[in-house]
Unconditional design. Sequence first.
Length: 618
Amino acid sequence: MANKEKLFTEFTAPTTQEWLDKIQVDLKGADFQKRLVWRTNEGFNVQPFYRREDLANLKTPDALPGEFPFVRGNKKDNNEWYVRQNIAVEDPKEANAKALDILNKGIDSLGFRIKGSDVSAEFIETLLKDIYCEIVDLNFRTCPRHALELAQIVDAYFTKKGFDKAKLSFTVGFDPIESILTKGKDMTELLAEGPKIVEALKDYPKAHVMTVHTETLNNAGAYIVQELGYALAWGNEYLQQLVDAGVDVDLAARQMKFYMGVSENYFMEIAKFRAARLLWAQIVKQYEPKDDASCKMTINATTSTYNQTLFDSYVNLLRSQTEAMSAALGGVHSMVVTPFDAPYEKATDFSERIARNQQLLIKEEAHFDRIVDASAGSYYIEHLTDALAQEGWKLFLKIEDEGGFLEACKKGIVQDDINATNVKRHGDAAKRKEFLLGTNQFPNFTEKSEGKRAVSACCCGTATNETCERPFKAIDTTRLAADFEDLRIHTEETKVPVAFMLTIGNLAMRQARAQFSCNFLACAGYKVIDNLGFKTVEEGVDAALEAKADIVVICSSDDEYAEYAIPAFKYLNGRAMFVVAGAPACMEDLKAAGIENFVHVKCNVLETLKEYNQKLGI
């Protein structure tokens, strides 16, 4: 018999208080709450460490996979999800050929976006030719006005082909409320079509009709708790309308599907999907379904476009990869990885292949599909799940008090909330309180746009200059990087100034400040020239002028600025813009001498760079 040795028995486990005492010693008098406790954008605090006792009052660790309330996922024995790719259908024959091609490259879920004017039996027949629908997850989306017609045509096609209805997994998406949010149009009259579509597809146990597209909110900058709370309220609005119309609650709940986005907050996104299933199960339970399985939440996750960038666009792969991992570990039904070039062009074969392979990598090589809810029991993620559930539930109740999600949309409450968050996040990005790698932090100094321009669309999602009628407010979907990209492209098209680092004095400080200043100014596309150091300010200014510098940035220590800054400024004598890197104690003295430009961590980077462009005549 093997010797069973209990490891670490000679060590006494420290208590939480002992850990806290040790941390206080290491902080050397600094405030624990300010230094180590993270106040999230979601409205709750995150501690620097968690222990077993932090889970003592939580119920989520006791849940089982595949069982109510499904916090640990809808499945018991695996974490499989559908690898989905969307196709905007212009020509059904071409779309069919593309679908057949990508089905041989790892895709097992297809999303077809069809124009309302194209909906016809012949169109669907051509689109689905040679696709074995019983083993592929199919998703159809069209104008809400044509959704019922599309559902009837799809039903007729499946019947004609003799497919087993019990095996068919598909969605005919119907979500008129999304049009209210994104276009500001009044689509309320179409809500009566929902029960008809559900009835048309009631014989398909794996069919979905009523869809909730909170990915729209995610791509407009919504915080995680906003997407979560509004998803619940949005879904409950549809569920209530179906039940009120006489649809059986089990059928109505079964045909619900949620399309959620995934942001870059890795652990919190995992927790979001767990909390969403938990809360949705509780909501459906109140309608008294006959089967607990009706309380399952079906989620398609799509990686965000909000944090994607035009410059340094390959960094988008890093963002979407961690987002895909969050969604997979969060236990979603299906997933779409947005191609890295989405901000500036129609996806190419290359970018689509990479997007597919990002999912296949975590499924086939990292085996994320093998283990159900791998994050279960993690003190941190269990805490996040509970905290998000509490905050999401508060938002859900707030919207219910407003008369439900539809009424909140009509009043503009949801739109105002999301747009306010978007404005705040753009402000945070401008101040580098929120980082975008390659955009407002560590930009590629030598990169040019090479003709790339952001894909633009009006509120209706079509490239047009016509004014859209908006009886209701609409959501603004401006990407987080857009302001910096516009500034950088403008600089590139007008004049690229040269910024010269006059490094002098303390070695460590001058190097650190030169690096900071180079990153700061390169955010606007400036050409930056760093240097190892100069013995005198005169030597540094002469070198800057020889390099035809438009900006001279003096980089030194705070103490040495009193010695170097004013002589350098006077010697430069207005032949270039003079900037001090930092906010030294002698700043007022420097300002009194005529120095007015400073770059430091408290600057609004975007506004400062716009100001510099203006001074340089750019």
